[in-house]
Write a protein of this length. Structure first.
Length: 182
């Protein structure tokens, strides 16, 4: 006579079977198989009987993962919704604490001339200042070598590359030889 398998145990058994089939390390597969056999023995079943009992979508050695995917999606949606709710709760709690602190400060005699900032007011946009990175950049020797390398790869002559970069033809030749050897 077979024992009834509790839902919690069935879920645990399914996870062990998934590990047994999906593990890439042989030791993990063996450990999962051993655990599955122990669980099946506790239910007075063979491993195959336990798999048939707990896996309705188990066909020819493959598990139907659509059920697992749906469950994972529902869990992730619940987690995301909980995160949004928690964030909203934290925000409202922070606003409440701020307003409470302002009220208590006013009760203690906050200077009436002092303006209390309104945290609910929209923030003023800062004026954007265009950054001019090129004016502050200093050309290094490494930058110069990279430019020479790129121009040489484009097929320009040594003399033309030297004219463009302001380097000597010997420097350009050195970079050419270095690139050719690497």
């Amino acid at each position: 006579m077979k024992k009834m398998i509790p839902d919690k145990e069935q879920e645990r058994f399914r996870k062990v079977i998934v590990m047994m089939n999906a593990a890439t390390v042989e030791g993990e597969k063996e450990a999962a198989r051993y655990a599955a056999e122990r669980m099946a023995a506790a239910w007075e079943m063979s491993l195959e009987e336990a798999i048939e009992e707990t896996h309705s979508g188990y066909n020819s050695g493959r598990i139907d993962f659509s059920e697992m995917r749906e469950k994972a999606e529902s869990i992730s949606k619940a987690w995301a919704n909980g995160g949004v709710g928690m964030m909203n709760n934290n925000e409202s709690r922070a606003k409440y604490e701020y307003n409470r602190a302002v009220y208590e400060a006013q009760q203690r005699g906050l200077d009436e001339k002092q303006e209390v900032p309104n945290i609910n007011a929209p923030k003023k946009k800062k004026k954007k200042v265009a950054r001019d990175w090129h004016k502050r950049h200093r050309v290094t020797e490494h930058d110069r070598v990279r430019l020479i390398s790129v121009l040489l790869k484009d097929g320009l002559s040594l003399k033309r590359v030297a004219e463009i970069t302001g380097a000597t033809t010997n420097e350009v030749a050195r970079v050419f030889m270095h690139n050719r050897n690497n």
